[in-house]
Design a protein around this ligand. Structure first.
Ligand code: UD1
Ligand code: UDP
Length: 352
């Protein structure tokens, strides 16, 4: 039986692993889950394991917070120890976080083949920590699972093509389809937003937006102009930055703690529009047929912009204000940009 070690650590990876772990079990593969501890609050980690019934990690390395080098280095060291004990046939990694890089580097140095889910994404902005992680992981991988044709093309341009690269679709789409019946209205919704059916859902956490006061203040000021309540489940990084910079929050903005995946599904299904700098949430807006306003200067998910489902506004107050004011609830959406909802099964098949 093929033995796979899966390395996860940050919120989007729990969502992706929920879909793939189920498919691996169905295909009869043996999986050992390693959680690096990069995200560690209950609302950033445990809630996803509980709601999505992800297998309990066999190891939790407890390496979260701190500078990039220290975090990645400590994770790498501890993952190597585990790989030497478990001796898997493959190491499976997701996306572009420091945990992804640590997992891939630990494996490739031990000559264990790396399988990368969400391969080939590029923002072409090397100042993003995620961009460096993606490039290094793709070039260390033996099996690459691309979500889109654009990702396939990006890999080909870097000389990565052939039978080891497979277009499978996006595992976040699989997750959404599987769990959407179980969406939950957050219990604070009535008190925070009232009975108004129209609200804007916002998430902010990118380093480029939280690490400079000017950008974060521009975003918060833009959100504050919204005529609809802005529900903002706040990532701990952004909470710290708002408090450190002393940024004032306008009445339109309703700050709540990070929500679980089931609550997020409800908010996505019921909002008027999405404003975000998250990679995953841009796609989830599309899955839920909601217009998306992206608080970045570029995106990896360029097909959404090409189809006008997504608009890039950066961190400019006026651009954000104008984009929110112009949101329409009657946009027609096509389907199929991210596969057929069977990406996880295709990955399991390829692994076997
Ligand atoms: C990380 C990923 C990013 C991903 C995001 C998903 C990297 C380089 N970045 O960014 O690609 O989009 O996760 O959410 O890997 N913190 C807590 N509690 C937690 C987790 C974090 O308080 O449970 C705080 C800590 O102060 C920590 C800070 O948030 O230092 C940043 O966390 P970190 O994991 O370094 O980066 P993210 O911004 O979460
Ligand atoms: N998410 C969530 N609760 C939140 C914010 C995000 O469940 O309060 C989910 C979101 O629906 C998506 C995933 O977390 O499935 C995306 O993670 P995040 O935005 O942190 O990371 P990114 O995709 O930008 O790497």
């Amino acid at each position: 039986m093929l033995k796979v070690v899966t390395v996860v650590g940050a919120r989007p990876q729990f969502v992706k692993a929920a879909a793939v772990s189920r498919a691996l079990a169905k295909a009869g593969l043996s999986e050992v889950l390693v959680h690096t501890g990069q995200h560690y609050d209950w609302g950033m980690s445990d809630v996803f394991f509980e709601q999505m019934e992800i297998p309990h990690p066999a190891y939790n390395l407890g390496v979260g917070g701190g500078l990039h080098g220290a975090m990645t280095g400590q994770q790498l060291e501890k993952i190597e120890e585990i790989l030497l004990i478990v001796r898997p046939d493959r190491v499976l990694v997701y996306g572009d976080t420091n945990s992804t890089l640590a997992g891939a580097l630990a494996a490739v140095k031990l000559h264990i083949p790396v399988a990368h889910v969400e391969a080939g994404l590029r923002s072409f902005n090397r100042r993003m920590p995620e961009e460096v992680n993606r490039i290094l992981v793709d070039h260390s991988s033996t099996q690459l699972f691309a979500p889109t044709t654009v990702a396939m093309d990006n890999l080909a341009r870097e000389g990565i093509s052939g039978p080891q690269v497979k277009l499978v679709g996006d595992v976040m789409y699989d997750a959404m389809l599987h769990y959407r019946e179980r969406s939950v209205r957050p219990d604070w919704f009535g008190d925070m937003v009232g009975t108004a059916s129209e609200f804007v859902l916002c998430t902010i956490h990118r380093a480029e937006n939280t690490d400079t006061r000017e950008r974060l203040a521009g975003i918060i000021a833009g959100l504050g102009t919204s005529q609809w309540p802005v529900v903002l489940p706040l990532h701990p990084r952004t909470r710290q930055a708002i408090s450190e910079y002393g940024i004032e929050i306008a009445a339109a903005i309703r700050i709540v703690p990070p929500v679980g995946y089931f609550e997020m599904l409800w908010l996505l299904a019921n909002c008027r529009a999405v404003v975000t700098d998250s990679g995953g949430v841009q796609k989830e807006a599309y899955f839920n047929r909601k217009p998306c306003i992206t608080l970045r200067d570029e995106t990896e998910w360029v097909e959404l912009v090409a189809q006008s489902y997504n608009m890039l506004v950066g961190a400019n107050r006026d651009a954000i204000a104008a984009a929110i004011a112009a949101t329409r609830s009657d946009v027609q959406f096509s389907t199929g940009l991210y596969g057929s909802g069977n990406a996880a099964d295709l990955i399991a098949q390829e692994l076997t």
